[in-house]
Write a protein that binds this ligand. Structure first.
Ligand code: ADP
Ligand code: ZN
Length: 531
């Protein structure tokens, strides 16, 4: 390949052009690169496909020494190193898949400065031998990729990431750059705290992906719906179909093939060789569909994925955003399509209830699910809802490129039920100084007598039993939609509900609340009666 070894004094722009063949930096890249080259720390929140890699690759080539990249994506390290080698960049990796001999070779290259970039699995930093190795060479910078993995309550926690704070303690003069595509304000704050990045300059890119059309529909015959979607909108296109279980991955892939859509399965239960082969085919071939569990896709860089379909509800908005973000990296029109039904909600609740971990952890999972449901049920622009979730301001009135904007859903005037619920929250707060979660509030409205109600004497409240015109599930729908609309907020570790300014406007200023008609109830599967 070409010689990439940085010529002395080469600028970032020169490296960008000579090594990577690009004319100019995109978005915040130039400022980020400048910050890190100057020796400062950086926290980069940028959506998938935004161009995070260059943010540490270019400084690694400009600064003296080797850029050390911590990444959990062990399966992709070989690919990344190969891609860099093709550009003439000297890269290597250290992880558990290598033989001791292979590792020794890379270690020697690091020490003698024959590398530009060294990829490390996070668990290697638990080894004192790795730390001593790093002392023997020159580290240009530490890049912490997928930095949200440090978040204990996020959707993708990796315990090994907690140890990464030692980088700063042990090498205080080496600049660090943490990068993630998952960026709620909460996650960002957690990254800053756990990685000791208080001094880091923060770069927050827009999370909008204008070329992706977001659509969420009721689930009734998922196979038929998927087939119809692909046939009418994306025939012959490359796409990813996400399912929750290995079993449904296999079934769906088979169903597509039987119906003339070329598809391969991908899940953790497949033989390693088959899995690698299917992934390689997806990257190489045109118009192949991969049906996968969420195990697929982290770090996949295929620019022309035209659609991402979800047949099951993702566990969080972060996950949904990351998975749908794999569509349309080339900027061309693409579709994020999903079907969901009540059965998904029930299934996920069960998974949460039976999940390991303490009550706080389960509550966190529940909050993730609630936010996902809020996205499904919003009567407002999906893009606006997504951007709001990530703490970003959507522009204008609706995006014109989501199902809600294109085809506004039927709504009903939910002002009265909203007032009933909001005033219950308010009364408990004003009269009793109390706050509760959704379940208990609904019990009060429905006039249920249970031990918790009697213990708190909530049957004596004037709002007790004023909501019997709606059923339990409908009330839960109302609660979720009020949360989605920002009329209520979830607070504290117990997930209690509190009134917001918007909620006060509904109670005291006559603000109206439009609620979405509940999604079509899935009809019960027709089963032959047992003989
Ligand atoms: P991320 O890691 O944020 O998902 P990548 O670093 O993989 O994104 O970049 C996504 C795509 O954009 C890659 O194909 C990359 O080569 C391309 N890219 C990144 N920066 C630039 C740039 N300045 N000019 C042109 N293409 C770029
Ligand atoms: Zn929209």
């Amino acid at each position: 390949g070409r010689a990439a070894a940085p010529a002395r004094g080469e600028t970032a722009d020169e490296v960008l052009r000579r090594v990577f063949g690009y004319d100019s930096f995109r978005g915040d890249q130039a400022a980020i690169v400048e910050q890190v080259i100057g020796g400062g720390d950086a926290l980069v929140l940028m959506p998938t496909g935004g161009g995070k890699s260059l943010c540490y690759q270019v400084p690694s080539l400009v600064r003296p020494g080797v850029g050390v990249v911590v990444s959990p994506l062990i399966a992709l390290m070989q690919d990344q190193v190969d891609a860099l080698s093709a550009l003439g960049v000297r890269a290597g990796f250290l992880n558990s898949t290598q033989s001791p001999d292979q590792r020794r070779t890379v270690e020697a290259q690091f020490v003698t400065g024959e590398l530009d970039l060294l990829y490390l699995a996070p668990e290697r930093l638990r080894l004192e031998s790795t730390l001593r190795l790093l002392d023997r060479g020159t580290v240009a910078l530490f890049a912490i990729d997928e930095a949200h993995c440090v978040s204990q309550w996020g959707h993708d926690f990796r315990p090994d990431y907690l140890a990464l704070s030692l980088l700063h303690e042990r090498w205080p003069d080496v600049p660090r750059i943490a990068l993630t595509a998952t960026a709620t304000a909460k996650t960002a704050a957690e990254i800053v705290e756990r990685l000791d990045l208080g001094e880091a300059k923060q770069f927050v890119a827009s999370f909008d992906r204008p070329n992706i059309q977001y659509r969420i529909e009721g689930k009734n015959r998922p196979d038929r719906q998927l087939l119809e979607f692909i046939r009418t909108e994306h025939p012959g296109d490359a796409g990813i179909v996400y399912c929750l279980s290995r079993n449904s991955v296999e079934k769906t892939a088979a169903m597509l093939n039987e119906n003339g859509v070329r598809a391969v399965p991908y899940h953790a239960g497949l033989d390693n060789r088959v899995r690698a082969e299917n992934q390689a085919r997806f990257l190489r071939e045109d118009g192949l569909v991969v049906v996968a569990t969420i195990a697929f896709g982290m770090g996949i860089d295929k620019p022309d994925v035209r659609f991402v379909a979800h047949l099951d509800l993702p566990k969080s908005v972060e996950g949904y955003y990351q998975e749908t973000g794999r569509a349309g990296r080339d900027g061309l029109p693409s579709t994020a399509w999903m079907v969901y039904g009540l059965a998904d909600v029930v299934q996920q609740r069960k998974m949460i209830d039976s999940s390991e971990g303490d009550a706080a952890h389960r509550r966190q999972l529940q909050l993730h699910l609630d936010a996902m449901l809020a996205l499904c049920e919003t009567v407002n622009c999906r893009r606006a809802q997504l951007l709001n979730y990530f703490g970003q301001q959507p522009t204008g009135q609706g995006c014109g490129n989501c199902d809600v904007c294109l085809n506004p859903p039927e709504t009903w005037d939910g002002t009265v039920p909203a007032q009933k619920l909001l005033s219950t929250v308010l009364r408990l707060k004003r009269e009793r100084g109390q706050a509760f979660g959704a379940g208990h509030l609904v019990d009060i409205l429905l006039g249920k007598t249970n031990p918790k109600i009697t213990q708190h004497r909530h049957n004596e409240l004037t709002v007790f039993g004023i909501g019997t015109d709606l059923r339990d599930t409908e009330w839960r729908g109302v609660v979720r939609q009020l949360l989605a609309g920002g009329f209520l907020a979830v607070q504290g570790e117990y997930g209690v509900l509190a009134l917001t300014d918007a909620g006060n406007e509904v109670l005291f200023e006559g603000r109206k609340v439009a609620l979405r008609r509940e999604p079509e109830r899935p009809t019960r599967p027709a089963r032959a009666p047992k003989a």
